[in-house]
Design a protein around this ligand. Structure first.
Ligand code: MSP
Length: 548
C-alpha cells in the first residue's frame, strides 16, 4: 500500500518517432498542474517552471515509449540508428516540456536499463504464476498504432489503420497473457469502483466492451530479419521474441518507482491518458497488475482530443500545432497564457475541444489581461497611490457600519478552497481554476461596489474614511493573494512573479489550508512594501493574426 499522503501521477509515455506537439503538451501540462496543486496542498516546496522538484510525497512521471516499429523505420529514413533517433527526439520532448514550465520528478525512457530489467522481472513473474503461454496468431495489425485488430473491426474499417494506411496481415507465434482469466474480476472491479475509470462515459465504454467478452492478448512479437522487429526487450529465456511494445510501455509506470525509496508511491493515484489508449489502461494494465499481485492505480482518467480550427490534427493535413507554433504563442502571450488556455479550454470531458486563435485571444483577454492581470494592477496601483505602496492595515473598521460586504470573504474563501481540494480528487482541474478566477471576479465586483477611488477623493482629514479605504484595499489584495494560490497550478511563473512583488511567496512546509487562511499567519502583512511593476498580461488585439 502507498504510504498515506503520497500522490503519484503519470502521463502516457510518448512515442519517440517524431517531435512533440500540442497534444503531448496538453496531457503533460495537465499532470504538471495537478502535481503542483498537490504539492501546494501538502506544503511541499513548489518547483520553478521547468525545474526538477525537490523529492517529497508527490511524484510526477512522464517519458518516452521507444521500442516501436515506427521508431525504427523513421530512424532509417533519417539515416540514423533507432537509438540515435530516439535520443534526438527524447531531447526534444524534454526541451518542449521544460519550455512549457513543466516540472516532472522523473522522465523514463523504455530503452533505459532500469526499465528493461523491470520488464524482464515482471514477465518472468507472470510466467511463474502460469499466466503466459505460447500460441499462434493470424490476423490484422495496425503498424502505426502498434495494435492487433480483430477481423470484425478490420472489416468495418475497410482493412485500413487509424491513419488510413492498409492493415498488415500477420501470421506469427506469440506469447499470450491469459486475460480471459481475469474477465469476471475486472468487470466486478470497474463496476464496484466508479472512480476507477473516469469520466463516467469512458467507464461505460469500457464496461460495454467488456460485455462483448475478452480474448487472451499477445505480449510478445517474433524477431525476424527485419530490423524493425529487433528493437525491443527480449522475452525471458526466448531471444526469438521481443516483448510487445504496449506491454513494455505500460510497465513504465511500475519500473519508475520499483526502487526501495520510491516503492511507497505505488499504486499510482492517477494515470492521465488520451481516450484512444483507454483499453490498454483500463483493461489490460489492471489485469496484468492483478495477475502480478500488485495494487491497482486508483484512477485512469481519459481525456478527449484537441482539434485545430475545427479539424482533426493529422500528418496528412499537416496541421499539427507543432513546436514552432507553440513557441510563437509562448513568445507573444507567455508560457502561462498558453498553459491557461490548454487547461481551462481543454477536452477534459468526453467531447473534443477546438484550439482556435480567436478563442485563444478571447480567453486570454477575459481571464488574464482583463482578469487577474488587470485586477492585480488596479489593486497595486491604488495601494501605491493612497498608501505609499505599503499593504494597508485593515484593523479598526466596522464593516457593518460602513455597509461594506467584506465580511463575506471570510465565509466563501475557505469554502472555495475546500471545494478546490475536493474537486482535485476527481481530477476536476478546470473547476479548481474557475474557483481562482471567481475570486478575481469578486474582487472586481467589490471594487466597483465600494468605489475606493471615489472614497480616496473625499478622505480628507477624516480618519474613519481613511481606515475604511485601508480595509477595502487590504481585502482586495488579500483575496487576490488567495486567488493566486488557486491559479498557481496553471500559471506557476506569473503567480510566482506576483508573490515576489507582493512578498507573499508560500514558504515550504506550510499546507494550503494554512496558506489560504484569511489574514492568517501567512496572509499579507500590513506595512509590507509592494512592488507595482508592469501588467502581468498585456491586452491582446483580436484583429492580429495567429502567431506562426
Ligand atoms: N506510446 C503510447 C502510450 C503508451 S502509455 C503506456 C502512445 N503515445 S503517443 O505519442 O501517441 O501519445 C498519445 C498521447 O498523447 C494521448 O494519449 C494523449 O495523452 C496525447 N495526445 C496526442 N494527441 C492528442 C490530441 N490531439 N489532443 C490531446 N491529447 C493528445 O500512444
Amino acid at each position: 500500500m502507498a504510504e498515506p499522503g503520497t500522490y503519484y501521477i503519470t502521463t502516457p509515455i510518448y512515442y519517440v518517432n517524431d517531435k512533440p506537439h500540442i497534444g503531448h503538451c496538453y496531457t503533460t501540462v495537465l499532470v504538471d498542474a495537478a502535481a503542483r496543486f498537490q504539492r501546494l496542498v501538502r506544503g511541499e516546496p513548489l518547483p520553478r517552471a521547468g525545474e526538477r522538484p525537490t523529492p517529497g510525497s508527490v511524484f510526477f512521471l512522464t517519458g518516452n515509449d521507444e521500442h516501436a516499429e515506427k521508431v525504427v523505420t523513421t530512424a532509417r529514413e533519417h539515416g540514423l540508428s533507432p537509438i540515435e533517433w530516439a535520443d534526438k527526439n527524447a531531447a526534444e520532448f524534454q526541451r518542449a516540456f521544460a519550455s512549457m514550465g513543466i516540472a516532472y520528478d522523473d522522465f523514463i525512457r523504455t530503452t533505459q536499463e532500469r526499465h528493461k530489467a523491470g520488464v524482464t522481472r515482471y514477465i518472468r513473474e507472470l510466467q511463474r504464476r502460469g499466466d503466459v503461454y505460447l500460441g499462434d496468431y493470424e490476423g490484422w495489425y495496425d503498424v502505426n498504432e502498434e495494435n492487433y485488430v480483430p477481423e470484425n473491426k478490420a472489416k468495418e474499417r475497410d482493412y485500413k489503420g487509424e491513419n488510413g494506411k492498409p492493415l498488415v496481415r500477420r501470421k506469427e507465434q506469440n506469447y499470450y497473457f491469459r486475460l480471459t482469466k481475469y474477465e469476471g474480476w475486472l468487470k466486478e472491479h470497474i463496476e464496484s469502483n466508479p472512480g476507477f475509470v473516469q469520466p463516467d462515459a469512458r467507464r461505460n465504454e469500457v464496461l460495454g466492451r467488456l460485455r462483448e467478452g475478452l480474448i487472451d492478448v499477445p505480449i510478445s512479437r517474433p524477431i525476424t530479419d527485419d530490423p524493425a522487429t529487433q528493437f525491443g526487450i527480449r522475452m525471458p529465456d526466448d531471444p526469438s521474441h521481443r516483448v510487445y511494445v504496449w506491454i513494455d510501455a505500460l510497465f513504465n509506470y511500475l519500473t519508475a518507482v520499483d526502487t526501495p525509496e520510491r516503492r511507497k508511491f505505488w499504486p499510482a493515484d492517477v494515470h492521465l491518458i488520451g481516450k484512444e489508449i483507454l483499453w490498454f489502461h483500463a483493461c489490460i494494465w489492471p489485469a496484468v497488475l492483478h495477475a502480478l499481485g500488485e495494487d491497482l492505480p486508483r484512477m485512469v482518467y481519459a481525456h478527449s482530443h484537441y482539434i485545430r480550427e475545427g479539424k482533426k490534427m493529422s500528418k496528412s493535413l499537416g496541421n499539427f500545432i507543432d513546436l514552432d507554433v507553440i513557441e510563437a504563442y509562448r513568445a507573444k502571450y507567455s508560457t502561462d497564457a498558453l498553459r491557461w488556455y490548454l487547461i481551462t479550454q481543454g477536452p477534459l470531458g468526453v467531447t473534443d475541444a477546438d484550439f482556435t486563435h480567436a478563442k485563444f485571444v478571447e480567453v486570454y483577454n477575459a481571464d488574464l489581461a482583463n482578469g487577474i492581470g488587470n485586477c492585480a494592477s488596479r489593486v497595486s496601483n491604488m495601494i501605491g497611490k493612497y498608501f505609499d505602496g505599503r499593504v494597508p492595515d485593515p484593523e479598526g473598521i466596522d464593516t457593518a457600519v460602513t455597509n461594506d460586504p467584506a465580511f463575506l470573504w471570510k465565509t466563501y474563501v475557505p469554502r472555495d478552497v475546500s471545494e478546490a481540494v475536493a474537486g482535485s480528487a476527481k481530477f476536476n482541474l478546470a473547476r479548481l481554476l474557475f474557483l481562482g478566477t471567481k475570486q478575481v471576479i469578486k474582487v472586481d465586483q467589490y471594487i466597483n461596489m465600494t468605489s475606493p477611488f471615489k472614497l480616496a477623493k473625499v478622505v480628507g482629514d477624516d480618519p474613519s474614511k481613511k481606515r475604511h479605504l485601508a480595509a477595502i484595499l487590504y481585502h482586495c489584495a488579500e483575496a487576490l493573494r488567495i486567488a493566486s494560490l488557486l491559479l498557481y497550478p496553471a500559471m506557476p511563473e506569473k503567480m510566482a512573479e506576483l508573490w515576489r512583488r507582493w512578498n507573499c511567496a508560500p514558504p515550504p512546509g506550510v499546507p494550503l489550508s494554512e496558506l489560504a487562511q484569511w489574514a492568517g499567519p501567512h496572509g499579507l502583512k500590513p506595512g509590507t512594501r509592494l512592488e507595482i511593476g508592469d501588467a502581468l498580461f498585456m491586452r491582446a488585439d483580436p484583429a492580429e493574426p495567429a502567431p506562426a
